[in-house]
Ligand binder design. Structure first.
Ligand code: HEC
Ligand code: HEC
Length: 348
């Protein structure tokens, strides 16, 4: 009996030590990327995604300590139930209470986006986060101060250690963890997705299919999708869609769109094509949130496109009047199809 007990204890200890060797270092995160989003997801070699890194990034994302008054977190403006947008035209949620220059974009499938912000001014998720943290009208936090506060926190030092093997909190690691978390915000679980992946619950009505064909024909040059393969509903590129006739701007050229970054005059007033996914949650629309409803957006494309030298050539293709002429029935069909692109669940 006694000897048998010893064997059990030995076995148990060996088992424990085997487990702990296995768990050394952070564990790779499995994205389970849906088949109709491009695989593999682009991830920078210097910041592989891990379970521990994502968990730390998520904690940081929802932590108001990242702001100067300890009241604003990333999620104050990027609200999960609104597909990580905020429902306002221009947010004044930041610490200064001042209106921001641009509408809060949703944060889904951002891992694939080659440029971030409406003008693509930031090239990767690792560097995007210093903008909001330090911006005086967003979180207004001094980075050195933030690192010191997290270092003193009861939980954070151990979390940085298990995610990155780091002895101390560092600002670059804050950015890496947040970037890892944001890569996990994949959204491709709508009725449309089930339809193209031939999964249960993936039926589209006749009107919705008609809408899909219309979007393919009239919108997909920019809101690109490729049923079953690359269903992002954006080309991740920049276009002027004729919203305005004047772009002069004294302050940092924020109203000049992509021109502000490239100084290419054909890109005056051009902004990044937003995805057509989850639109039911992300109103109001456009870089400045000027349209409250999708009906207004379609009326814009059909009737109100402004001709300027910077208007995207795709919007002055075949008619005397610029834009994409849409009959009432076509608008109805497009709206019906757009509704099939809403995912009731967001991974987060
Ligand atoms: C006060 C509101 C506010 C807060 C707080 C905020 N953001 Fe944002 N975020 C914005 C706005 C507005 C934009 C669009 C800016 C632009 O395009 O010029 C944006 C854009 C982004 C983008 C680019 C998305 C894309 O598709 O181009 C990312 C990524 C992002 N924010 C992440 C974060 C993270 C991470 C935090 C927390 C550290 C954060 N944001 C905090 C308002 C906010
Ligand atoms: C020439 C490229 C192009 C074409 C064609 C195009 N769009 Fe867009 N779309 C854009 C860009 C760029 C924006 C953002 C513009 C901005 O904010 O200044 C946009 C914005 C939108 C938005 C707002 C989304 C949001 O989150 O704010 C919707 C909805 C939309 N487009 C639907 C359509 C539909 C439907 C069609 C076809 C009838 C279409 N678009 C054709 C490039 C295009």
């Amino acid at each position: 009996m006694k000897a048998g007990g010893m064997v059990t204890v030995c076995w148990f200890l060996c088992f424990l030590s085997a487990c702990s060797t296995q768990q050394e270092g952070p564990r790779p995160y499995n994205f389970n990327t849906p088949d109709n989003l491009q695989k593999p997801m682009p991830v920078p070699v210097h910041n592989p995604t891990t379970e521990e890194g994502v968990a730390l990034g998520k904690k940081l994302f929802f932590d108001p300590k990242l702001s100067d008054n300890n009241q604003i977190s990333c999620a104050s403006c990027h609200i999960p139930s609104l597909s990580f947008s905020d429902g306002k035209a221009l947010s004044s949620e930041g610490i200064s209470g001042k209106k921001l220059d641009r509408h809060v974009p949703q944060l889904i499938n951002v891992a694939w986006s080659e440029g971030l912000f409406w003008d693509g001014g930031v090239r990767n998720l690792e560097s995007v986060v210093f903008g909001p943290i330090t911006h005086p009208d967003e979180m207004g936090k001094n980075l050195g101060q933030l690192v010191r506060e997290l270092q003193k926190d009861a939980a954070y030092p151990a979390l940085f250690s298990s995610a990155f093997g780091a002895d101390s909190v560092q600002s670059a690691l804050i950015a890496r963890a947040l970037a890892q978390y944001m890569r996990t915000l994949i959204s491709a679980d709508s009725r449309y997705d089930h339809f193209v992946r031939e999964e249960p619950g993936g039926q589209l009505s006749r009107l919705e299919r008609e809408g899909m064909e219309l979007v393919k024909e009239k919108c997909a040059a920019c809101h690109s999708f490729d049923a079953g393969k690359n269903d992002f509903f954006t080309d991740f590129s920049y276009h002027n869609i004729g919203l305005d006739t004047s772009f002069s701007d004294k302050d940092e050229r924020v109203l000049m769109g992509r021109f502000r970054i490239t100084f290419d005059s054909t890109q005056i007033g051009a902004y990044k094509t937003p995805s057509l996914r989850n639109l039911a949650f992300t109103a109001p629309y456009m870089h400045d949130g000027r349209f409250q409803t999708l009906e207004e957006v379609l009326d814009h494309y059909s009737e109100n496109v402004q001709a300027t030298p910077y208007l995207d050539p795709l919007l002055k293709e075949n008619t005397d009047t610029p834009g994409i002429l849409l009959r009432e029935h076509e608008k109805k069909a497009i709206l019906a199809f757009l509704k099939t692109l809403g995912s009731p669940t967001f991974s987060h």
